[in-house]
Ligand binder design. Structure first.
Ligand code: GDP
Length: 198
């Protein structure tokens, strides 16, 4: 998919106030510092569309961007930042779960995972929650440039194996990306384009 336009629409913490236009929507979410802002900027060819986090855990809002005038890219807050207070964690959890439960036009979520990491409890629990609520998602492995090429399939396989060893009957759809090299960009965009054309 060629990105012809990408513009910020709104930020808010209330799903009821999200844009009403009934176009397909894709949500990006992951632990703070996973590389979400960098990925969004890479996918959209914009240096500063999503704000790369100088202070992880700071952007606690649902951010809507309109892409090519026909789909929404949603930047959700990063989770799992240790320094965020318990109260903020609860608030966060509440509006994120509300978002996923209520946002009818959400087509799929992309759960971002740093490709260097072994499965972390918080990500596994979050994906389990998505599964239990029948919310479709793919994994986007980020920062693949940080690994040697041979390590990439090894890490991916280990991760997916851990999921099927856990509760998953099948491993989810996944992408391997790097915001530095641009790897995986076309894969993610073509996937979205294909669904949008259905
Ligand atoms: P966010 O908190 O998930 O939005 O993460 P950011 O996009 O702000 O990135 C967190 C840190 O990881 C920053 O220092 C980025 O420069 C770095 N980073 C993000 N993506 C990549 C990547 O693909 N490769 C490398 N090498 N570094 C990355």
């Amino acid at each position: 998919m060629q990105i012809k336009s990408a513009s910020f629409v709104m930020s808010n913490s209330n799903v009821e106030k999200c844009p009403k236009e009934p176009i397909p929507e894709y949500a990006f979410i992951g632990r703070s510092n996973v590389g979400k802002s960098s990925l969004i900027n890479m996918l959209t060819n914009r240096k500063h569309l999503a704000k790369t986090s100088g202070r992880p855990g700071k952007t606690q809002l649902i951010n809507h961007f309109k892409i090519n005038e026909n789909w929404f890219l949603v930047d959700l807050p990063g989770y799992g930042y240790a320094k965020v207070s318990k109260k903020l964690k609860n608030t966060f959890q509440k509006f994120i779960t509300e978002y996923f439960k209520k946002r009818n036009q959400l087509v799929s979520a992309f759960v971002l995972i740093d490709i260097r990491h072994s499965p972390q409890k918080i990500d596994m629990e979050f994906m389990q929650w998505l599964g239990e609520h029948a919310i479709p998602f793919s994994i986007i492995f980020t920062k693949s440039d940080k690994l040697k090429p041979v390590e990439i399939p090894q890490n991916v396989n280990n991760y997916l194996q851990a999921m099927t060893d856990d509760i998953w009957e099948e491993a989810p759809n996944y992408f391997v990306t790097s915001s530095t090299s641009g790897a995986g960009k076309e894969d993610v965009l073509s996937y979205i384009e294909q669904i949008n054309q259905q």
